[in-house]
Design a protein around this ligand. Structure first.
Ligand code: GDP
Ligand code: MG
Length: 289
């Protein structure tokens, strides 16, 4: 049996969360076109008769600008230390230089697979080959693989190569859990994803979600969640004219949550103003960071 930790690193927007979802065949991590959607380290457990792989998706590698960022970077550092295999992912459309600089400085001990993602968005396959060669010549890189996380292209081969490097061992987690985090956490994340989709510019970055109630009733699951913002004006934007925006948000989130837990959901959303929550240790702790 092979068992171990496989950690995904890369710049914001490289496609880490999309890859995690593709490998799991399940929506574990929220995805948006905005950078820094992922705030936590999410562990996803894939178990079969032959292996147990514990993937972790991390927030992108960034320079901390506020306390929430510092917590996010602690999550990245934690992943650096316990990886059995590291997946370093880059957007294949970008120049290799910046990712190369980051990857080189990580000084990982674990075997590294460099992943050139978003191959579907590149017409000229010779360019892909060139970039693949570039990474394979680097000392830190065992091999480079071209994929499209979005289209699930190349994921079978990637999985075979991951298993090749994974050590022999016993499973770390029992049963058929797919994460070490509770369902409540994923529910909050699905709501947060919709905030990234529906609202413009900076607002999603000033917002977090706290699931207050999660109760399984006979025919449905009742969930209530607080949407935390920093200012009154932001509360107004979240609500929208006559509550139109939060209604939309609620409908979209409810559908995804129902898919995730395979049950009917009754969802209540409340908006709360907590000035400067992103810089308050007390609030950050309360909100799970
Ligand atoms: P993360 O910040 O590294 O977790 O990146 P995400 O997984 O959130 O993806 C960032 C954006 O890139 C999203 O809009 C994804 O839909 C998009 N994306 C991810 N993988 C691919 C891919 O293989 N092809 C294309 N065309 N877009 C992708
Ligand atoms: Mg992400």
């Amino acid at each position: 049996m092979k068992a171990g930790f496989v950690n995904i690193f890369g710049k914001p927007n490289a496609g880490k969360s999309t890859l995690l979802n593709g490998l799991m065949g399940e929506k574990m991590a929220i995805v948006s076109h905005k950078v820094q959607t992922t705030r936590h380290r999410i562990k996803a457990i894939l178990t079969s008769d032959e292996y147990q792989v514990i993937f972790s998706d991390t927030p992108g590698i960034i320079d901390p600008k506020y306390k929430l960022h510092e917590k996010m970077m602690q999550a990245v550092k934690g992943s650096l230390e316990d990886a059995d295999v590291a997946l370093l992912i880059t957007d294949a459309r970008e120049d290799v230089a910046e990712s190369h600089e980051i990857f080189k400085n990580l000084r990982l001990k674990a075997p590294v697979i460099v992943i050139l993602n978003k191959a579907d968005a590149i017409k000229d396959k010779a360019i892909l080959e060139e970039k693949k060669n570039f990474f394979e010549q680097q000392e830190y890189c065992r091999e480079a693989i071209v994929i499209s996380a979005l289209k699930s292209d190349g994921l079978d081969i990637l999985m075979q190569r991951i298993l090749h490097y994974l050590p022999e061992g016993h499973p770390f987690y029992e049963g058929d859990d797919i994460s070490d985090l509770p369902t409540k956490f994923f529910v909050g994340e699905l709501i947060r994803e919709k905030i990234f989709l529906l609202y413009q510019e900076e607002l999603p970055y000033h917002t977090t979600v706290l699931v207050q109630e999660y109760k399984e009733k006979n025919t449905l699951t009742k969930i209530s969640a607080d949407i935390i913002v920093q200012r009154e004006t932001q509360k107004g934007i979240i609500l929208g004219e006559g509550g139109s925006m939060i209604k939309k948000l609620g409908t979209m989130a409810r559908k995804d949550i129902e898919d995730f837990i395979s049950r009917k959901v009754f969802l209540e959303l409340y908006v709360k103003v907590r000035p400067k929550w992103r810089d308050s240790d007390i609030y950050l702790k309360e909100y799970g960071y």
